[in-house]
Design a protein around this ligand. Structure first.
Ligand SMILES: Nc1ncnc2c1ncn2[C@@H]1O[C@H](COP(=O)(O)OP(=O)(O)OP(=O)(O)O)[C@@H](O)[C@H]1O
Ligand SMILES: [Mg+2]
Length: 296
């Protein structure tokens, strides 16, 4: 077993057992729990795909269909009357009747106060959580109809995540951290490494590949996390408070990077507390008490 496989194994927490339903925790821990869940499920799905590939010679349409449809011409995201209800106690209507269409190339910032439903919204868009009611189409696919594994596979192929707390493995190099995304997308080591190097180059960190994340500034860490998120050319980049742990200077460098990625045509949905950060996006929406309204 290679080091990298061992790393994945340790992330996976042993044999693939579905994790317990996440319980409500304080916000940063909650984000970390989502990130860990993302790791666990995508690694499991990638392994399953690897097994399927080795079993089936030649092109496998079943495997391909789970990758979503990068050529789909309609909206990448379409939410129709989506709700998310947590039974509690106390019961919470975290999302109420959300209608949202995100076209390819949109850069949407969602602002809102603490507890308004921002992370719930992002977890839903990122296929980490399911709507209680309503319809969510991702590239035209009704995600409610997908199995957990298929959802995780779609996520690993199509969606990149950036979290407030960076979520980097402290004992691994910058390069290995970025290569993890390739593992999630089911790529071989030979495929992963050049993509990871190119992504680090893209975010201006080619000179940091062998560094430990612990030795980097907050802004550099977040750029590593962005490199990880974009290295497999996702069709959607989701970010939950990506500048929340950064000082102003680092925050500005990370914001510039998001702007550039948006200009290059990447579809971005970013959650932020910060109106100034949201100003940079082409589209803005506000969420308040679970209700979303588009801002002019
Ligand atoms: N797993 C859960 N179980 C129960 N309630 C939850 C759960 N997740 C979120 N909630 C509740 O849903 C509401 C919205 O939470 P959410 O985390 O989406 O807010 P937020 O806008 O991201 O807040 P913050 O800015 O503090 O991160 C809150 O009232 C929260 O307590
Ligand atoms: Mg939140």
């Amino acid at each position: 077993m290679s080091d990298f496989d061992a790393l994945l194994r340790s992330l996976d927490g042993g044999e693939a057992q579905p994790g317990p339903e996440p319980v409500r925790q304080e916000p940063v821990a909650w984000t970390a729990a989502s990130a860990r869940r993302h790791d666990r499920e995508t690694v499991r799905a990638a392994r399953r795909r690897a097994r399927e590939r080795s079993r089936i010679a030649g092109p496998d349409s079943a495997v391909a269909s789970r990758a979503g449809d990068p050529a789909y011409a309609g909206p990448i995201i379409s939410l129709d009357d989506v709700t998310r209800f947590f039974p509690g106690p106390p019961p919470v209507n975290a999302l109420r009747g959300i209608d949202l269409t995100v076209e390819r190339g949109d850069y949407l910032a969602i602002v809102g106060p603490s507890g308004s439903g921002k992370s719930t919204m992002l977890n839903t868009l990122g296929l980490l959580d399911r709507p209680s009611t309503g319809t969510f189409l991702f590239e035209g696919i009704d995600v409610a109809a997908l199995s957990d594994d298929d959802r995780a596979a779609l996520r690993g192929n199509a969606i990149g995540f950036v979290f407030q707390s960076f979520h980097l493995l402290p004992t691994r190099s910058v390069l290995e951290n970025v290569m993890l995304a390739g593992a999630y997308a089911g790529l071989t080591r030979e495929e992963r490494e050049p993509l990871a190097r190119a992504a680090l180059d893209r975010v201006g960190l080619a000179h940091r590949v062998d560094f430990s994340p612990a030795t980097l500034s907050g802004g550099e860490r977040q750029r590593v996390a962005i490199a990880r998120a974009v290295s497999t050319t996702p069709r959607l980049l989701l970010a939950d408070e990506p500048t929340g742990n950064l000082d102003r200077k680092n925050s500005e460098s990370v914001m510039r990077l998001f702007e550039e990625l948006g200009q290059e045509g990447l579809t971005i949905v970013m959650i932020t507390h910060d109106d100034a950060v949201a100003e940079a996006a082409g589209r803005r929406a506000r969420i308040h008490d679970g209700e979303l309204s588009e801002l002019a």
